[in-house]
Write a new protein. Sequence first.
Lengths: 80, 80, 729, 230
Amino acid sequence: MKAKIHVTFKEGVLDPQGKAVRNALGSLGFDGIDRVRQGKFIEIDLQENDAEKARSSVKEMCEQLLANTVIENYAIDIIE
Amino acid sequence: MKAKIHVTFKEGVLDPQGKAVRNALGSLGFDGIDRVRQGKFIEIDLQENDAEKARSSVKEMCEQLLANTVIENYAIDIIE
Amino acid sequence: MSKITPEIVKEHGLTEDEYDKVLEIMGREPNITELGIFSVMWSEHCSYKSSKKWLKTLHTEEPWVICGPGENAGIVDIGDGQAAIFKMESHNHPSFIEPFQGAATGVGGIMRDIFTMGARPVANMNALRFGRPDHPKTKHLVNGVVAGIGSYGNCMGVPTVGGECEFDTSYDGNILVNAMTVGVADTEKIFYSAAAGEGYPLVYVGSRTGRDGIHGATMASAEFDDDTDEKRPTVQVGDPFTEKLVLEACLELMATDAIIGIQDMGAAGLTCSTFEMASKGGVGVEMDLDLVPKRAADMTAYELMLSESQERMVMVLKPGREEEARKIFEKWELNFAVVGRLTDTGRLVLKMGGEIVGDLPIDPLAEASPEYDRPWVATSKPAILDAADVPAPNDPCAALKRMIGSPNFAQKRWIWDQYDHMVMGDTVQRPGGDSAVVRVHGTPKGLAITTDCTPRYCYADPFEGGKQVVAEAWRNITAVGAKPLAITDCLNFGNPERPEIMGQFVGCIEGMGEACRTLEFPVVSGNVSFYNETRGEGIRPTPTIGGIGVLTDVAKAVSCAFSAADEDIVLIGETNGHLGRSAYLAEIEGRDEGAPPPVDLAIERRNGDAVRGMIDDGLVSACHDLSDGGVFVALAEMAMAGDMGAAIDAPDTGIALHAWLFGEDQARYLVTSRDAKTVLAKAAEAGVPASIIGRTGSDRLTVGQSLSISVSELKSAHEDWMPNFMSAP
Amino acid sequence: MKAAVIVFPGSNCDRDVQVSIEQSTGKPCAMIWHKETELPELDLIVIPGGFSYGDYLRSGAIAAHSPIMREVKARTDSGVAVLGICNGFHVLTETQLLPGILMRNAGLKFICRDVDLRVETTSSVFTQNYAKDQVIRIPIAHNDGNYFTDPDTLKMLEDEDRVAFRYCDAQGGINEAGNPNGSMSSIAGILNRRRNILGMMPHPERLADQLLGGIDGRPMFDGLVEALVA
Ligand SMILES: Nc1ncnc2c1ncn2[C@@H]1O[C@H](COP(=O)(O)OP(=O)(O)O)[C@@H](O)[C@H]1O
Ligand SMILES: [Mg+2]
C-alpha cells in the first residue's frame, strides 16, 4: 500500500514560505491570488496490505516524527 | 477556486529528504517501509471561477516558479 | 549486441577519427557500455584534449610544492609537518540549468577532491560571474547559486570565507560558478589515488548510484544553443548531509593504515575514478557491477559506469582490512561494498549477471586519449589609451560614489551572509577584505586565501591579463601579511575550436606562466572549462585564480580597515594614472578601450616583498592592495571598512587628478602607520617608491581643499545596491 | 566541571564548542556519539550546532529520537545543566525539553552574522556572569531560528523569567530592526522551568577568542565553570 501524507501549518501559524511564494507570483504578474500555503507532501510505500493497519501505523509515524503537532496538522490517505 | 499542487522529484533524481525520513522511521522501529519520497504541497486560493482558466494559469505558475522542471514534476488539482 | 552506428558515435561526442582510434584499441567494435566509457574518458572535461599542450607550459614547481597538477588537488608544505591541499573547479553549465543544485554539487565535488587526499577541508571560496543585472535570468540565477553554495558548505560545516561576484553581459547566457576548497593535512598522512597490489580489494563507499547526471562530463564539454531549455539534461541533486558523513568516515579510516589508494567519484563517476586509479598504479581491475550499491535495481552497466551520482568514493584497501573499514562506514550509516579486485592484466573488466559486459585495456585508452594542437590566433594588442582622452568628471566624489555603488563594486554581504563563514572557529578575517585568513587549527599559523580575475584585462590583452590575474592574487595575499605559496586556476573560456578563443587561452596561459615564475607562485592544481558559449557568443576569457599564502603568526595579519585616527597613509608603488580598461572608464564613461595596465613582475615582486616585510615588522596597521578603481576606490574601501575617514593631500604629481585617483597602475598598496618615517625608510632601502598621501581621521573622505564626501554616504551607496537589487520585484 | 558534547551525524559545531569549553575549564571535554545509551558522570551536556541528519524533515526532529536523548532527559531531571546551541536548541524543542519551535527565518534565507543580544535574566548558571540588560555581540548562523510558540506559553516564559536572551539593536532596544529572523517577541534563547536547560540560536562559542573578533561568549563558559565546580 501507499500512504500519502500532507503536513500543513495549523491555522494561525505564520507561513513565511507561503507568503514569499505569493509575493513572488505577484511580481511575476499573476493576479487574483488570495492566499498561498506551503506544506510538505510525503509518500510512503508500505509492505502492509491491510488498510486499517497501514493507517494506524502511519498515524503513529506522523505523531512521532513526520509532523510537529505544536504547529502542524497532518492528513493521511491510504491508497489501495 | 482552490488549486492544490504537488511538486515531487522526477523518477531517478536523488531525494535526500525522503532518504533521511526513511532511515529515521527505520530506526524508530517502523518496519516494512519500501520507500519514502518527500515533496512540496502548495495550496493556492484563486479568485478565478473558471476551472480551465485556473488550471492553465496555475500550470504557468508551476512552470515559471513553483517547480524546477529539470528535476521536479508537478501535479495540479483544481477544486471547485 | 547492439550495433554502433555513426549516429550513436556522434551522440557520444566522439569524432570519426576518435572512433577509428577506439576500434584500433579495442580490435573490435565496442559495445555500448565500452563506447560510453571512451566517450567520457575522451571528453574535453576529463581528457583536457584541447588544453593539455598548453597546461604543460605552466610553472608548477617550487621547493615547498609537495604535489603539483595531476592528482585530485595540489599540495604545498606549510611548515611544522603540515600541508595545505587545495583546488578550484567549475560547475558552470549545471549551474546555469539548475542554479541551486548545480552550484551545490559543484561545492560538494570540490570538497571531495580535497578530503580524498586526507585533508580536512578548512575553507571554501567561490568565484561567481553572472550576466548583466537587468538580464531577465540574472536574479533567479544569483538567488539559486548563492543558496546552493550556502546549503552545501553550511551543512558540511566548512566555512565559506570569500570569493568574487561580478556581473557582465558576456555571461548572460553562460554564468561561471567556480568553487575552491582548501584543506589541511599532516604531510605524513597524505593519500594518493594510485592503486597497487594484485588481488587487493576495490571498495565502493558512500551514496548509492542512481541515474543522475549521466553524461555530465560530455555536457560540460558542449556549448549551449537555443534549445538548451528544452534539452534539460539531468542535473544531479546533492546530499550534503551524506557527504559530511563520508568526510568523517574517510578521515576516520585514514587515521589507520588500511588504505592503499583512494579517489572520489566526480565527473564520469565510476569510469573515471577506476581508470585513474588503475592507470596511475599500472594495474588492472575486475569489477562486479552487481555489487555496486544502486538506487534502482534495473540499472544497466552503461548507466552504472556513467552515472554522476554524488557523494561516492572508491578505494583500494590492504587485503584483510575490509571488515575494519566496513565497521567505520557502517557506524556513519554509509554504504560499503567490495566491488572488485585489482589484477595484473592491465585491463578493466566489468561483470554483471555472471557475464563480462565490458573489457577495455587501461593504458592504451588513457595514453591514446586525444591531444589537439588547436589552431589559434593571437589577440591583437590594443593601443595605449592616453589619459588625456578620458574626460575628467565634474565631481570626482560623485564618480566615486557611483562606482562603489555599481554592481561590480557594491558590497556583497547579501551573499556572504548566506554562507556560514565562521564555523570551525578559526576565521580570523571574514569575507570583505583582500584575502580571507583562517587560523590553522590548534596552531599559531594562518592561511590567507583569495580568488581573483579581471576578465576586462584578459579580453583586451590575454597575455598582460594573464600576468595580472596571478599578480593580483599574489598581491592580495601579501596585503594581509602572508607569504604567497601557490595557486590553483580555473580556466573558463569559450569554444576552443575557434582560433580566436584558443588565442585567448594561449595568451592567458603564457602570461600566467611568466607571472608564476617571477613571483615564485606555482600552479599546483586547476581545471579547464571550455565551451562557455551561447549561440556563438563566448564569455570574456576568465582564468580565475585561487591563491593561498601562509602566516607563521596569524596574529600579525592586518586587514584593510582604517583602525585608528591620525595615522599616516602611505602609497606604495609608482603611480602613472593608467586609465585604459579601467573600472572608471567602464563605469563612468561606459567605454571599454585601450590596453590594460602593464604588469612589471620584477617590480611587483620587489614592492610586495617590501610591504610584507613592513607588516611582519609590525609597522603597518592597515593594508590594502590597489586594483580595480585605483587609489580613490581603495581609500573608500578602507574608510568604509574602518568606519573612519581620511584627509588626502591634493596630489602634486603632474598627473591629471582623475587619472591619479582612478588609474589602475599595478604593484601598488596603501598602508597606514603610526611610524611612517620608518615605512618610508624601509621602502627607500628596497628601492620602492613610497609617499605619504594623507592621514586617517574624521567621518569624511577628503582630497585637498575641495573634494569631500562622508563615509556614511559612501557606505550606503556601497551597501544598499545588492540587497535592493535582489529584493526588487 | 565535567562536560561533554553530544555528536549527531551532521553535527558540525561540536569541535568549536569543545574548544571553548576546554579553554574555560582547562580540562578535556568529552565527545559522545549519539548512539551511546549511557553517559559518564557529568555537570554539563552540550548539544551543539550543525545539521543533524541534514535537517531535511524539520531541524532537530530526527536527532530528537536518537538513543542518547533518553539519557540526556534523565540527566536533566537530576539537575545536570544542558546547553543547546542552534541545532541543539532545535533538538531540545523537538524533544519537548523546551517549549515552542523554531521555524524558517522570516526572510527565508540562511543568515550568518554577528547580532546584538540583550541579556534578559542573570538567574541561571548560563547567564550569571552577564549583567541584566547587558548588550552582547554573538554570531548567528541558521536557516530556522524563528522562534514560535502559543500565546499562553509565551506569557508563561515571560512570567517565569525564562527568556534568557532577546535580539536587540545596538542600544539594547527590542524592535523589528534588531530581530534578524522574525522570532516571536525577539526571543533568542530560553530556559526550562528548573533553569538547568538553555536553548539558544546564537553561537557563544564563536566569539570566545579575541583573535576571532570578540569575547562576549566567554562569560557563559567561564560562568558555567564557576557555577559547576565539581
Ligand atoms: N588549468 C590547470 N592548471 C593546472 N592544473 C590543471 C589544470 N586543469 C587541470 N589541472 C590538473 O589536472 C588534473 C585533473 O583535473 P580534473 O580532471 O579537473 O580533476 P578531477 O578528476 O579531480 O576532477 C588535476 O590534478 C588538476 O589539478
Ligand atoms: Mg577528483
